[in-house]
Design a protein around this ligand. Structure first.
Ligand code: ADP
Ligand code: ADP
Length: 228
């Protein structure tokens, strides 16, 4: 599903973010990505949805080579990948419903199908009763659940969550984990970059640790392994 071999990424300013990264992830896995700030975690995830291309090496995602693929195929790749950010990134002037529907409207679904699917995912994140609310009328945890709903509304094969609980209190973080778990149980591959030792050590799963742009640890039931 995700296959990277000997991947390097050097930015135009000369900073090398990835330094010979090797990673393979199978369909249906749930993977924590850990490591110090600046280690290359975000750059690694951006290669997956082709926000960035590698300077050297191969990045294959859902059987597509992201370096050689035609520009016009990129939207097809991105539709199969949902992304959730630490800071939610909802559109502030759109309701919860509209924020989620937006992703479907751009691929020209019928109104009826859109409504059915939006309400289905709002059910999944337990926000059906807040469909008319604006983002700033919601708690942080609720906003993150909207952003998860938006990320999965197209039924992506891969969900990338970049520190999804970074701005949330512990109790709310567990709700988010529960939802990510259910999404993974439905067959979606989940990659979660995190600094939460608490979460990684409480719900043990595969841990990929990145330092200085390389995988320094990859364990099927790993622990967090850092002191911060
Ligand atoms: P992490 O997510 O682990 O904190 P990043 O992948 O964001 O690490 O960053 C890895 C390194 O690459 C850092 O030194 C960062 O400053 C640098 N970097 C990230 N994005 C860019 C960019 N667009 N241009 C230049 N340097 C970047
Ligand atoms: P019910 O659960 O009672 O069947 P609906 O499914 O009709 O309710 O709608 C649930 C919520 O979604 C309501 O708050 C409604 O305003 C909102 N909603 C439904 N369709 C749209 C739409 N096209 N645009 C914006 N909001 C909508």
């Amino acid at each position: 599903m995700i296959d990277m071999k000997g991947v390097y990424k050097t930015f135009p300013n000369g900073v090398t973010a990835l330094n010979g990264l090797d990673v393979q992830i199978e369909q249906g896995e749930f993977v924590y990505v850990v490591g110090p700030s600046g280690a290359g975690k975000s750059t690694f995830t951006k290669l997956i949805y082709r926000e960035e291309k590698p300077s050297r090496g191969n990045v294959n995602v859902i059987d597509m080579n992201t370096s050689t693929m035609k520009e016009r195929k990129v939207p097809m790749l991105r539709r199969q990948i949902g992304v959730v950010y630490q800071d939610f990134r909802l559109l502030p002037n759109l309701t919860v419903y509209e924020n989620v529907a937006f992703a479907l409207e751009v691929i020209e679904e019928s109104k009826k199908n859109i409504k059915q699917r939006v309400m289905e995912v709002l059910d999944q994140v337990r926000l059906r009763n807040k469909a008319r609310f604006l983002p700033d009328e919601l708690s942080g945890g609720e906003q993150q659940r909207v952003s998860i709903a938006r990320a999965i509304v197209n039924r992506p094969k891969i969900l990338i969550a970049d520190e999804p609980t970074g701005n949330l209190d512990p109790e709310t973080s567990w709700e988010i984990m529960h939802i990510l778990d259910e999404i993974n149980a439905g067959g979606t591959t989940v990659l979660m970059a995190t600094h939460s030792r608490e979460i990684v050590n409480t719900i043990p799963r595969r841990v990929i640790a990145i330092e200085d742009g390389m995988v320094v640890r990859d364990e099927m039931r790993g622990n967090y392994g850092y002191d911060d």
